[in-house]
Structure formats: C-alpha cells, structure tokens
Design a protein around this ligand. Structure first.
Ligand code: GDP
Length: 455
C-alpha cells in the first residue's frame, strides 16, 4: 500500500485529519494527551483510494530555533518511506515562521508534497490559503478536517501521486492475466532446431522422426518459408506421448537444393524459425566448438523472447569431451549475459545419444517460459531482493521501488513500480533480472523487466 505522511507544526489539525482519513475506529486515541508525540499509522480510505497514513510527531514550537531532535528524527524516517506528504498549516493563523522552516526542510526531502490549508471552513481561511501558495508546493488544498470539507480536493491532489500508480499496477496485472487466459491452451511444443550449416540439423531431425521424412516432403518451390512437422515423442521416463511440432528450416533448404555456402543463411533460418517456435534449440558442432556466428543466432533468439537451449552435436566424435563441454558453457555465459543458466546438452544425431534428455528439457523450458508467478510470492521475493541489496541512492536521492507485477508470460514480463526509476543504474536492473531468474525458476528463460514511475 502507498504511504502518506502528515506533517506540520502542533495544533494545525494533523490528528483530526488523521482520524478523518482513518475513520472512526481510532478517533478516541486523539483524546489521550501526547499521543501525537509518536507516530501513528492507520489504514486510510479516501473516496476509494486506499493508503497507509502516518501521523508524525510534529515540530515543537516551544523553541523554533532548536527543534527537538528525537521528534525530528521520527519525522525524517517516516518521510523517507512515504509516497506523498501532506503538509498541514492552519489557514486561520496563516503561514508562521515555523511553517516556513518546515517548508524549507521539506523541499530538501525526496517526497512529493501536498500543501493542506486546514481549518478553512467558511471564508475564515482565505488569507491563509493565499499565503500557502507562497510555500512553493503548488496549489494548496483548502480543507476542514473537522467538518470534512475539501476532501474531494484532497483526493484530486493525492490521486496522481499514489492512486494513479496503484491503478496502473492493477491494470497491468489484469492485462497480464487476460493475456495468459488466451495462452493457456498449450498444444504441441513448437520446437525449432537452428544452427550453422553442417551442424547436423537435418540428421538430428531425421533421427528424431525416425525416418527420412524431410527429404521426401513436398516439392521444392515453397522454398523460403519454414514448414512444420507434427509428431509425437514418447517420453520413456514416464511413458507419456507428447506432441511436438517441429519447425524445419534446414530440411526445407535441402529440398530446395540450395547449396548453402553463406554463413548468414543460418541466421536467416533462425530468424524465420523464431517466428514459429516457442523453444529454439541451437545446435553446435562439437568438432568446431562455439563460434561467433552461433552467438549471433543465440542473441537473436533471446532478443525475440524465445526460450533457448543449446545442444552440442556429434558428441560421438568429440575430443576432450568434458573440457569442451565446460568451455562452451562458460563461453555462452560470457557471450550471452542476458540469460544465465542456459540449458546445454551433449547429443549425437548419429547415435541418438542425449536426444531424449534434450526434448524433456525443452518441455520443461516451455513450462518456465509460460509460467505466471502469483503476485504474493513475487512480492515476497521482491522485498527480499531489495533487502539483500538495496537500490543505490545516487547524489543522495532515494530511488524507491514499491512493488512488482507480472505483466505477461511467453516470455515472462514484469513491471516494477516506483519513483525516480530513471536514475536506477542498469547494473541494478540486471541484478533484479538475474535474481528473478534464479529465485523464481526462470533459468535459461529470457526475462523482461520494465520500470514504471507514476507520471
Ligand atoms: P545441417 O546442415 O545442419 O542440416 O547438417 P547435416 O544434418 O546435413 O549434417 C552435416 C554432416 O554432419 C553430415 O555429414 C552428417 O552425417 C554429420 N553429422 C550430423 N550429426 C552427426 C553426429 O551426431 N555425429 C557425427 N559423427 N556426424 C554427424
């Protein structure tokens, strides 16, 4: 919930305003002397706008020169966590030197301020209202906390600061859930095998399908487009038959008898394939290792938001198998900082080794790619992540991260709401993305995070 803090010197009506916002439940507290010396918190509702309101200790006016440090500290701490501050003055008394001092201090704080000219019932507060303009917090709200006048204006002033963000968050969440509802029908796993020429794509596909189907397909001439082969893969560990729609680009090219000497052809294949695929397998050649071209293809797949896995083919003739495997894995982590934990498999299209494990992982990867994290769990992670590594405060300005919502799936997309997010360093954004991925089960999945501040 957003937090709104009430600030002002004593006797301007802070507690009355607090009670009005919170409702009758806490009204009695008001009668106890000294109760506003410590901060009070309550759940406030203002025309449907919900927030936590904090009544602060206030600024003592016994001696305007030296403000009691303890009180001031309390107020400062509360301001730091607040989304908005209501700075209350007494409209009948006008702006006093202490009000001015508070205003000066508030201007140095990192919180949006609404000036509230209280006790403005009737015309009695007109002069004070006019003076309150001069405080420099924009148009003051004329209010009578006691009589409930001006509450609509207070709402209008607070809404852009706290309500708009809340409404935006809810809308994003709803939109995400609606989009999901359309996507829950999973159907066959749409899988594409991409890679450089001669990596063994056709051999692998033929091995999976168990026949020389690709070479006997429709005539050349439909050429440049990918075609799909539907087939059912039997998961031997569970006995389940699982439908796969294989997006075939390589076999198609073979049919068209295009002798592909140009490396960029494989990038073009990959580009076509990702239009159709959910999961893309980048096939490498164990005898050649990871090459620049492979990273280019991989980066494209990730950019397009598809789930990517890597299979190192020709494992039957690989030399120094384990150091090769680890070397490729390390090079992928270095070259593709966007996705940590990319699944990597060693396979042989010739012997069939590793193919079942690879396909099983492809289904799991689609699961993660399509997953929605419940908002409560998501925000539990969020709070932990911020506590473990708080956002920086560049030039002493506090960047506030409020909450996060999952705006979509396939690939997973998240929206983080807060203030001053334009100042958030890219390194911190990466920290959030990597932490989401590791903590919430999105290994190997491209995760998108968008930052949103209220306008
Ligand atoms: P594509 O261009 O990616 O479709 O590659 P191909 O499927 O045409 O394979 C290229 C060459 O690599 C062919 O000579 C295949 O026989 C060979 N090849 C493919 N997979 C394997 C494998 O797992 N092991 C070995 N030893 N050779 C393979």
């Amino acid at each position: 919930k957003p937090q709104v803090i009430i600030i002002g010197r004593p006797n301007v009506g802070k507690s009355t305003l607090f009670n009005r916002l919170v409702g009758k439940k806490l009204a009695l507290v008001d009668d106890q002397p000294g109760v506003t010396r410590d901060r009070r918190m309550g759940d406030a509702t203002l025309a449907g706008l919900e927030f936590t309101v904090i009544d602060t200790a206030g600024w003592e006016d016994e001696d305007p020169e030296t403000l009691p440090g303890r009180m001031r500290k309390q107020t400062e701490v509360s301001v730091e966590g607040a989304d908005a501050a209501l700075f209350v003055i007494d409209a009948r008394a006008g702006v006093t030197p202490l009000d001015e001092e508070i205003a000066r201090w508030l201007r140095t704080q990192d919180v949006p301020v609404v000036a509230v000219a209280n006790k403005a019932e009737g015309r009695a507060g007109d002069a004070g209202l006019f003076e309150a303009f001069a405080l420099g917090f924009g148009e003051p709200v004329a209010l009578s906390a006691e009589h409930g006048e001006g509450v609509a204006d207070l709402f209008d002033a607070l809404w852009p600061l706290i309500g708009a963000a809340e409404a935006e968050r809810e809308a994003a969440e709803r939109a995400g859930e609606e989009a999901d509802a359309e996507e829950t029908e999973q159907g066959p796993l749409k899988l594409a095998i991409v890679g450089r020429p001669n990596a063994g794509k056709s051999t692998l596909i033929n091995r999976m399908l168990g026949e020389d189907r690709l070479l006997t397909g429709p005539e050349a001439g439909i050429t440049r487009d990918s075609i799909a082969v539907d087939w059912s893969w039997t998961d031997l560990t569970t006995g389940e038959d699982r439908p796969i729609r294989l997006i075939d680009t390589a076999g198609m090219r073979k049919r068209a008898q295009v002798v592909d000497k140009l490396e960029r052809m494989s990038v073009a294949d990959a580009k076509r394939a990702v239009d159709f695929a959910e999961v893309v397998v980048l096939l490498l050649d164990a005898t050649r290792g990871l090459e620049h071209q492979d990273l280019k293809i991989a980066a494209h797949v990730i950019e397009e938001g598809r789930a990517l896995m890597v299979a190192i083919n020709k494992w039957d003739i690989a030399e120094n198998a384990s150091s090769l495997f680890n070397g490729i894995k390390a090079a992928l982590e270095d070259g593709l900082s966007q996705v940590k934990g990319l699944p990597v498999f060693a396979v042989s299209a010739r012997t069939g080794k590793g193919i079942d494990q690879m396909l099983k992982a492809a289904f799991e990867l689609r699961e993660a790619w399509s997953k929605r994290v419940p908002t409560a769990a998501l925000n539990r992670w969020f709070d932990d992540a911020l506590e473990a590594n708080p956002p920086p405060a560049p030039k002493g300005k506090r960047i506030k991260l409020r909450y996060i919502t999952q705006a979509g799936t396939r690939p997973p997309r998240f929206v983080v709401f807060g203030t001053r997010l334009d100042m958030l360093p890219a390194s911190y954004e990466r920290y959030l993305v990597n932490s989401i991925r590791a903590a919430l089960g999105f290994e190997g999945v491209p995760v998108r995070v968008v930052l949103k501040s209220p306008k």
